[in-house]
Design a protein around this ligand. Structure first.
Ligand code: SF4
Length: 321
C-alpha cells in the first residue's frame, strides 16, 4: 500500500518549492569567479583537504562565461528538460560572500536576468558571513525573492574541522547562523559523512547537535576523493578508506529520522565530476544511492522527524509542514 503513495518520507526541496510557488522551480548553478579565504591565505592555504581547484563549482567563470550567460544557458536547458518556468540562481563555486558588498551586489544583480528568476541561493563559509552580507541578502528578500544562505559546516566536531583544514569552528558556524536568522534569511547547511577520523557515532552526533538549531535546510554529501586534493594523497597512501554505499545510506536514513520535518532536504548525495573522481566508485551512481535511501526508509518504516516523535508524513497527507 505504502509503495503506491508517491509522497516522500522526507521534506524534499522540490516539494517545498512547489508548495511555495505552485509549480516546479529549478536551481541554475553559477560560478561567479569568487575565491575562498581558506585558499588565498587569508584564513588558510590549500583549502579544505577534499577541495580541488574548482571549489565545488562548474569552472564556468574560468571559461569566460559571464553570470548572465550562465543563467540564460542554464534556464534554457532546464526549461527544455523539465519544462521549468521559474528558477533560483545558485551561486555555488567557492565562497560567494567573499568580496566587498558592492561587488557582491553587482554579481547577484547580474543573475536576475528576468522575472523568471524567483530566488537566490548563495553558498559560503561561516567566516564570510557578517552584518553587511546578511543585510545585502535580506534586501533581495525585500524585493520579493526567496533567499537562501548555504553555509558549509561539514562536521560539528572542532577536531575534525581542524583535521580537514576547514579554517573555522562549530562556534563560528553558530555565530554566523544567529546573524543570518536575525535578518530572517533561510539557512541551509552542508554536512559530509565519511570525513577522516570520524565514525558513525561522530557523524550522527553532528546531526544531533544541529537538529535543534534554527536551520531551514540541509544538504548531505558523502566524502569522495577527487584528483589533485590532499585527500587523494591520503587515499593513495592507504591512510583513508571511504564509506561503503550501504554505510552512507544508513547514516542518511538515521539522520533524516533525527531531523525535524521543517528542515528542507536539498540534497541526499554528492555529485562528483566523473573525470575527477578517484574513490569511492559508487559515488558515480547517484541514482542507485537515492533509490537505496528511499527503499531503506520504506523497509525500516523511517521518516524525517520520526525519532523526534513527529507524525508519519504519509498519514498527515504532507508534503510540506
Ligand atoms: S571552503 Fe569551500 S571553496 Fe573554500 S577550500 Fe573549503 S571546500 Fe574549497
Amino acid at each position: 500500500m505504502r509503495k503506491l503513495l508517491s509522497q516522500k518520507r522526507y521534506h524534499a526541496l522540490s516539494d517545498f518549492l512547489r508548495a511555495r510557488f505552485g509549480e516546479r522551480v529549478q536551481k541554475v548553478t553559477i560560478d561567479a569567479g569568487f575565491t575562498c579565504p581558506n585558499r588565498d591565505g587569508t584564513r588558510g592555504r590549500g583549502g579544505c583537504i577534499y577541495c580541488n581547484a574548482y571549489g565545488s563549482g562548474t569552472g564556468a567563470a574560468r571559461e569566460g562565461l559571464s553570470i548572465r550567460e550562465q543563467m540564460l544557458a542554464g534556464m534554457e536547458r532546464l526549461a527544455r528538460r523539465y519544462k521549468a518556468r521559474k528558477f533560483i540562481a545558485y551561486f555555488q563555486a567557492f565562497s560567494n560572500t567573499y568580496a566587498p558588498p558592492e561587488v557582491l551586489r553587482a554579481r547577484y544583480d547580474e543573475a536576475l536576468v528576468d522575472d523568471r528568476v524567483v530566488g537566490l541561493a548563495v553558498g559560503t563559509r561561516p567566516d564570510c558571513v557578517d552584518e553587511e552580507v546578511c543585510a545585502l541578502l535580506a534586501s533581495y528578500r525585500e524585493r520579493g525573492l526567496m533567499v537562501w544562505l548555504e553555509m558549509g559546516l561539514q562536521s560539528a566536531h572542532n577536531e575534525t574541522l581542524a583535521r580537514i583544514n576547514r579554517g573555522h569552528t562549530f562556534e563560528d558556524f553558530r555565530r554566523a547562523l544567529e546573524l543570518a536568522k536575525k535578518h530572517d534569511l533561510l539557512v541551509c547547511t552542508h554536512v559530509i559523512f565519511g570525513l577522516p577520523g570520524e565514525g558513525p557515532q561522530e557523524m550522527l552526533a553532528t546531526i544531533e547537535r544541529i537538529s535543534d538549531l534554527p536551520l531551514d535546510g540541509i544538504k548531505f554529501h558523502e566524502l569522495y576523493v577527487v584528483r589533485g586534493t590532499r585527500m587523494e594523497e591520503l587515499y593513495r597512501r592507504g591512510e583513508y578508506k571511504p564509506l561503503l554505499q550501504t554505510e552512507y545510506v544508513d547514516l542518511v536514513c538515521e539522520s533524516l529520522a533525527m531531523l525535524p520535518w521543517r528542515v528542507v532536504v536539498q540534497r541526499l548525495t554528492g555529485d562528483p565530476r566523473p573525470e575527477e573522481l578517484v574513490a569511492p566508485e559508487w559515488a558515480r551512481d547517484k541514482r542507485t544511492t537515492l533509490k537505496m535511501i528511499e527503499e531503506t526508509l520504506l523497509s525500516r518504516d523511517l521518516w524525517q522527524g520520526k525519532y523526534r516523535g513527529e507524525p508519519d508524513p504519509l498519514l498527515r497527507g504532507l508534503p510540506g509542514p
